[in-house]
Design a protein around this ligand. Structure first.
Ligand code: GRF
Length: 213
């Protein structure tokens, strides 16, 4: 599969379920002018009490809640999709969104959904990645910004950042240091996608050559 970003996406839809520190980092990068014409079109939470949602409110950003608990996945996703479309979102950023997306949702934004995962994929997909990495005894750890496909933590890698695991680390301190890298990585990953300078070639996310192909 090859994909070029001829019309670079600029309007972000942020999906979150909790703390929202990655969302805040993205908002900070935009505020500091590090993301060109990128703007946050809407912040959506599937959890009414998500602290990230309160942050969106404080920042005066458009925000919506679609509580997922007790609802059918397809119906919930259809509501979120409609909201993203209403806000003319062209790039969806999962930022601690604790939900699997339906195939219909993914198909609606082909190569236009980003996720951040706190490990160097393909190692340690799924929950508690930092603890998994620590328990395994890895000597380097990090985070991955990737496109979302229909498999868990699997899509094309946009960007990774690596840190050493220190002898003094425990799983908690490692997770904290990975999180600091995530905050840098997510904005950089979005900048790459939004620059229009990259394309997907098979599993590779590569810079277009000088002729623009
Ligand atoms: C981050 O560790 C991210 O990698 C993972 O979920 C966590 C979300 O944290 N997908 P926050 O809500 O952005 O603070």
């Amino acid at each position: 599969m090859e994909l070029t970003f001829n019309a670079p996406p600029q309007r972000l839809g942020i999906l979150l379920s909790g703390r929202g520190s990655n969302f805040l980092a993205i908002a900070g990068a935009i505020r500091e002018g590090r993301l060109g014409g990128v703007e946050i079109a809407v912040v959506i939470s599937n959890v009414a009490e998500a602290p990230g949602l309160a942050v969106a409110r404080e920042l005066g950003l458009p925000h919506e809640v679609f509580v997922s608990k007790g609802r059918k996945r397809a119906e919930h996703d259809a509501d979120v999709l409609a909201c993203l479309r209403a806000h003319r979102v062209d790039l969806v950023c999962l930022a601690g969104y604790m939900r699997l997306l339906t195939p219909e949702f993914i198909a609606a934004f082909p190569n236009r959904i980003l996720n951040i995962h706190p490990s160097l994929l393909p190692a340690f997909p799924g929950l508690d990645a930092q603890q998994q990495a620590f328990d395994y005894g890895v000597q380097v750890a990090g985070c991955t910004v990737h496109l979302v496909d229909e498999h868990l933590d699997h899509g094309v890698i946009v960007l990774q950042r690596v840190i050493p695991v220190l002898e003094t680390d425990d799983a908690h301190s490692l997770a904290e240091r990975i999180l600091a890298e995530e905050h840098v990585a997510y904005a950089e990953g979005i900048a790459r996608v939004a620059s229009g300078e990259y394309q997907v070639q098979g599993r590779r996310f590569v810079k277009r050559n000088a002729s623009g192909r």
